[in-house]
Ligand binder design. Structure first.
Ligand code: ACM
Ligand code: ZN
Length: 538
């Protein structure tokens, strides 16, 4: 047991005594943090950090959170070191009783003696550390932080960002950078969209042709889909992540309290897989990985047993790589034309007593759900998985508006809200005249900030099924890491506040006043964010 200094004892007393949320909010000037903490009581004055910052960290959770702070100070050229003394200029403490601070909370107390961050969990300490990074100010040669008390915890358990690495492929180093930025803004779920018509991006050892053939397309559309006639660049394009790289990314994310949800698309968006294994399609091919964007009629055959064997074998490898509870199986945009004309699919419908092809899709997803559940995992899919009957325990990601999410929550299924009208970050964020070519749509920063994940239509019990919200980043028109950052920041800052901060704290004018500080931080990290115009911030 660590010996407690007088300072720690006094601060612990404060932590215990300072439990009333409303009392704290009544005093709260705005603290310059995104996402805004649950409560913050800012006082006059600053704590000036010493020439060498000491970070007191003793147990493994504290030491791992402290390591992120050391990295941060090193990028800021501020000397800092971890110490095992019971007190430092910044003390990280994870021994607080759950009766004082519930799981996942952190409390930060900054007084004239130093900074103390308390939590009962490693994630709480990690989030406290992210907050202190945003509080550091530089005043000539001194480094200081405002005196304050913060109590903080997340509103939702699913705080997500997605990235499509199939339409365009992004290197591991960029995926790590994407994860770093997510973690700093307290996101905890990275939805990695790994398979598509235009490319298969995850190594599956049992099926080497996925690497040799499905990971590549012969060329790519130039310009927007609506530009006629279609023109292509004539350049072979592709790539994939090896299993070793995926393990590295999963471990990297875990250290940052981010769970990766891999997506393996089925039964649609499967052309790349079919180009390698044409026997899994209804017609037997030949097929080619798509060079155009859109939705394609050739999908996995739902009649052949070999399709299920293939996908189960793929999922076996996916499960060993990704330890999170959810596996995303897509399920969106699966045309039924091939199934209607396929003797195998029609036979399956007859033997299973399925009334139409929607029920056949439901059969497909239910079969995959059983497979995943038997291996201790949960299935999540896009809202089309409601059509033809929802698999018994499936979670739904609502993208075609909120209706799918509402219907699923009313039926007692978990839901992640990611409606296209607000949370598609491949959509325009400003006047298309002044923006790089994008998919379409219009999701400016203010619209993202105004998005409320709990639909008014849900009653108290139903709303408990909303796990949270997520923004999706489809990359048909996004070819480079810099362009991804341009589309995601600062919109991800708005979403961070939507999914972390209490609804009653959400305030556009306050958010706008806190943006410039984040611009400065994003610039320090050379993030290619988009600066909204003054008009867009009104
Ligand atoms: C989707 O945007 N097709 C999920
Ligand atoms: Zn078929």
């Amino acid at each position: 047991m660590a010996k407690f200094s007088l300072r720690i004892i006094i601060v612990l007393f404060l932590v215990t005594a300072c439990k009333s949320k409303t009392e704290e909010q009544a005093h709260s000037p705005i603290v310059d943090i995104i996402p805004l903490p649950v409560t913050a009581h800012v006082k006059d004055g600053y704590y000036t950090l010493p020439d060498t910052v000491t970070i007191s960290a003793i147990n493994p959770d504290e030491i791992s959170a402290a390591a992120f702070l050391i990295d941060f100070f090193s990028t800021q050229k501020v000397p800092a070191k971890i110490v095992s003394d019971s007190v430092g200029s910044i003390s990280l403490r994870s021994f607080v009783s759950k009766e004082i601070l519930p799981e996942g909370y952190y409390r930060m107390v900054i007084n004239t003696d130093g900074v103390d961050i308390f939590s009962t969990s490693a994630s709480g300490l990690f989030y406290g550390v992210q907050s202190i990074m945003q509080l550091v100010q530089y005043d000539q040669s001194t480094v200081k932080v405002p005196l304050l008390t913060i109590t903080d915890f997340p509103r939702f358990s699913w705080r997500g960002l997605h990235l499509d690495v199939c339409r365009h492929f992004f290197p591991v180093d960029f995926i790590k950078r994407y994860i770093d930025l997510m973690a700093h803004y307290k996101f905890n779920t990275f939805h990695w969209h790994l398979t598509e018509d235009q490319g298969w991006r995850i190594e599956i050892k049992k099926y080497p042709k996925l690497q040799e053939i499905a990971a590549f397309r012969k060329e790519t559309l130039i310009g927007h889909y609506s530009d006629q006639p279609h023109k292509f660049d004539g350049q072979r394009y592709g790539g994939y992540y090896t299993q070793e790289e995926i393990k590295e990314v999963v471990a990297y994310a875990k250290q940052r309290h981010i769970t990766i949800v891999p997506e393996i698309e089925m039964p649609g968006h499967a052309l790349a897989a079919l180009s390698a294994y044409p026997e899994l399609g209804c017609t037997g091919g030949p097929y080619e990985a798509a060079t155009l964007w859109g939705v394609f009629d050739d999908v996995f055959c739902a009649g052949k047993e070999s399709t299920f064997t293939f996908l189960e074998n793929v999922l076996d490898e996916v499960i060993t790589l990704f330890p999170g509870e959810y596996i995303h199986v897509g399920g969106d945009e699966c045309p039924k034309a091939r199934w209607k004309a396929c003797a195998n699919c029609q036979k399956r419908m007859k033997t299973e007593g399925l009334a139409d092809e929607h029920e056949l899709q439901s059969y497909f997803i239910q079969r995959m759900e059983k497979y995943l559940n038997a291996r201790g995992r949960k299935l999540i899919g896009w809202d089309e998985i409601l059509e033809g009957g929802l698999a018994p325990k499936a979670a739904v990601m609502s993208w075609r508006g909120e209706e799918g999410g509402i219907a699923a929550a009313q039926a007692g299924h978990h839901v992640v809200m990611s409606p296209g009208f607000a949370l598609y970050f491949d959509h325009y964020q400003g006047d298309p005249k002044n923006e790089p070519v994008a998919f379409g749509g219009n999701s400016p920063l203010k619209k993202v900030y105004a998005y409320e994940p709990i639909p008014a239509a849900l009653n108290q019990e139903e709303l408990s099924y909303i796990l949270g919200a997520q923004a999706n980043v489809w990359t048909e028109y996004i070819k480079t890491p810099e362009h991804v950052e341009y589309m995601v920041y600062p919109r991800a800052l708005a979403l961070a506040e939507v999914v972390w901060s209490p609804k009653e704290n959400r305030d556009w004018a306050s958010f706008v006043t806190r943006l410039p500080h984040q611009y400065m931080r994003l610039e320090q990290q050379r993030v290619n964010y988009r600066k909204p115009s003054a008009d867009e911030l009104k």
